[in-house]
Design a binder for this molecule. Structure first.
Ligand code: HEC
Ligand code: HEC
Length: 152
């Protein structure tokens, strides 16, 4: 009996969440679920060719150039035609780091590790779209500079 009461209480509160949907979901532009929103325009991919700061040391860097029509499949890896060890002399692109040549046991391979083959699993280009949610991220360097007793 008590379980049923709890179940009803949980159901009740989730109904309240659904009712407040329009106010909650910024990703849908605060439009109620059953209404169709005006679609966003297609934003431009940033193509400044300037490498961006990483948020933390092991972050996969975002791609600072367009990747339209760069084929990555069983037969070809367009990214590696510029970023592989042997191509950087000609392309002047930064070489994929040494982790891309390591297998999961930490052994160094002669060529790109299969687990790093599909670059866009981890690396993505950026568009000039305005952010849909606020971001309060603070770089660790800033945090370390704050006196110990202040709130971030
Ligand atoms: C025609 C050569 C070329 C191709 C093809 C290419 N890149 Fe690049 N890439 C560059 C160059 C040059 C840079 C250095 C910054 C710049 O000039 O854009 C770069 C920068 C990057 C960076 C930033 C590195 C950092 O340290 O910030 C990433 C990540 C990257 N590319 C990923 C990719 C991926 C993924 C692909 C395939 C979808 C790709 N690139 C295809 C030439 C290339
Ligand atoms: C499983 C995730 C993953 C995949 C797949 C992957 N990368 Fe990375 N990449 C990373 C991470 C994490 C870093 C930063 C730390 C490091 O160097 O390992 C990085 C770093 C880089 C850098 C900067 C190297 C440097 O020394 O500054 C380039 C360029 C790059 N990747 C290109 C590529 C390309 C091209 C591919 C596809 C062939 C690829 N990556 C596939 C995760 C990945």
């Amino acid at each position: 009996m008590r379980l049923i009461a709890i179940a009803i209480a949980v159901l009740g509160s989730s109904m309240a969440v659904i009712a407040a949907e329009g106010e909650l979901d910024a990703m849908r532009g605060n439009v109620p679920l059953l209404e169709e929103r005006t679609p966003e325009p297609l934003y431009d991919v940033e193509n400044e060719d300037l490498r961006r700061v990483r948020a933390y040391p092991m972050q996969p860097p975002t791609i600072p150039h367009k990747i339209d029509n760069y084929q990555v499949d069983l037969n070809a890896n367009r990214c590696m035609s510029c970023h592989s060890r042997v191509q950087v002399g000609e392309s002047q692109a930064p070489m994929v780091s040494v982790t891309h040549y390591m297998d999961r046991d930490g052994n160094f391979l002669a060529d790109l590790s299969p687990r790093r083959y599909f670059c866009n699993q981890c690396h993505v280009p950026q568009t000039d779209a305005p952010p849909v949610v606020d971001n309060t991220f603070v770089d660790i360097v800033e945090l370390l500079r704050q006196p110990p007793d202040t709130e971030p």
